[in-house]
Design a protein around this ligand. Structure first.
Ligand SMILES: Nc1ncnc2c1ncn2[C@@H]1O[C@H](COP(=O)(O)OP(=O)(O)OP(=O)(O)O)[C@@H](O)[C@H]1O
Ligand SMILES: [Mg+2]
Length: 259
C-alpha cells in the first residue's frame, strides 16, 4: 500500500499556549476514507488543517506521498498543495460568480496569475470543470450564480472544484454541519463516490458517530489533541466512542444526536 499522509510525532501549540495536537503519529494510505471524530475542541480541525499547512505545526513532520510538506517551500509547496483539495463547512465559494467559474478556480495552481485574473481558461480546463460538475450531478447549474444554489448543491460545487484541481487527496472539515439530514447523505454519498471511483484519499471531520460508521473505512478518534482510537469501523464499538467522547456508561445512547 502507498502511504499518502504521514504524521511523525506532530504537535501543535498555539501562541497562547493551547496544545492543539500532542505527539500525533498516523499513516493514511491511498484510497482510504478516514473519518476523524471527537468532542468540540478535541483538535479535529487543527489536525486536518495541518495537512495542507493552513495551520503550521510546531513540532514533528508531515509527509505527503513521501515528501515533507513541513519542509517544503515556494513552488514545491504550491505543487504539493495543488494535490490537496479542501472542503469547508461554509463551502468557501465566490457567491456572485457562476458555478463554472468557481469550479475553474480549482485550476489556478496550474496557470499564471494574469491568465487566471483575466479568466482566460483553456478549453481543456473548461471541459474538465464541466465533467467535474457532471460527476456530482449538477452540470445543469454551471451558468447559475453560486449563491442561487441550495446548501447541498453549493457543497457539491466545492467537491467539483477539488476534482477540477485534480487533487488526489480531499480534506473536508465538517462538510455537512450546515446541511439538513437528506442533503447530508447526498453530499457524503458524493464524497464516497469520488473516493471509490477515483481512488481519492479522503479525510473528513464529522460530529456524528452514526455518519462516521456509515461512511468511514477507518475511524480516528481524538481527545484533547491525542489520538485515542485508530482502526477500522467494525472495531469501533460503542465502548470506543465512550472513550473518545469521555462518556460514562449512563450517557450511552446519546450519540444518535451527534455530539
Ligand atoms: N487559533 C487558535 N488559537 C488558540 N487556540 C486555538 C486556535 N484554534 C484552535 N485552538 C484551540 O485548539 C484546540 C483544538 O481546536 P480545534 O478547532 O482543532 O477543535 P475541533 O475538534 O475542530 O473542534 P470543533 O468540533 O468545535 O470544530 C481547542 O482547545 C481550541 O480552543
Ligand atoms: Mg473543528
Amino acid at each position: 500500500m502507498e502511504k499518502v499522509i504521514e504524521f511523525k510525532n506532530v504537535s501543535k501549540t498555539y501562541p497562547d499556549g493551547t496544545q492543539g495536537l500532542k505527539h500525533v503519529n498516523l499513516s493514511i494510505e491511498k484510497g482510504e476514507f478516514v473519518v476523524i471524530v471527537g468532542l468540540s475542541g478535541a483538535g479535529k480541525s487543527t489536525l486536518l488543517r495541518s495537512i495542507n499547512r493552513l495551520n503550521e505545526i510546531t513540532e514533528g513532520e508531515i509527509v505527503i506521498k513521501g515528501n515533507s510538506i513541513t519542509k517544503a517551500k515556494g513552488k514545491q509547496l504550491l505543487r504539493m498543495r495543488r494535490d490537496i483539495g479542501m472542503i469547508f463547512q461554509n463551502f468557501n465559494l465566490v457567491k456572485r460568480s457562476s458555478v463554472l467559474k468557481n469550479v475553474l478556480s480549482g485550476r489556478v495552481g496550474y496557470h499564471s496569475t494574469l491568465r487566471t485574473i483575466l479568466g482566460l481558461w483553456p478549453k481543456p480546463d473548461v471541459a474538465l470543470a464541466l465533467s467535474a460538475l457532471d460527476r456530482v450531478n449538477i452540470k445543469e447549474k454551471a451558468y447559475s450564480r453560486a449563491d442561487e444554489l441550495s446548501g447541498g448543491q453549493q457543497q457539491r460545487v466545492s467537491i467539483a472544484r477539488a476534482l477540477a484541481q485534480e487533487a488526489t487527496i480531499i480534506l473536508a472539515d465538517e462538510p455537512v454541519a450546515s446541511l439538513d439530514p437528506v442533503t447530508t447523505v447526498q453530499v457524503l454519498d458524493d464524497l464516497q463516490h469520488v473516493n471509490q471511483e477515483l481512488g481519492i484519499t479522503t479525510v473528513v471531520n464529522l460530529h456524528s458517530v452514526d455518519l462516521a460508521k456509515k461512511y468511514a473505512t477507518r475511524i480516528i478518534g481524538i481527545r484533547a489533541g491525542e489520538v485515542v482510537f485508530d482502526g477500522p469501523v467494525d472495531e469501533a464499538v460503542d465502548k470506543t466512542f465512550d472513550q473518545i467522547y469521555q462518556r460514562s456508561g449512563k450517557e450511552q445512547g446519546a450519540e444518535a444526536s451527534g455530539l
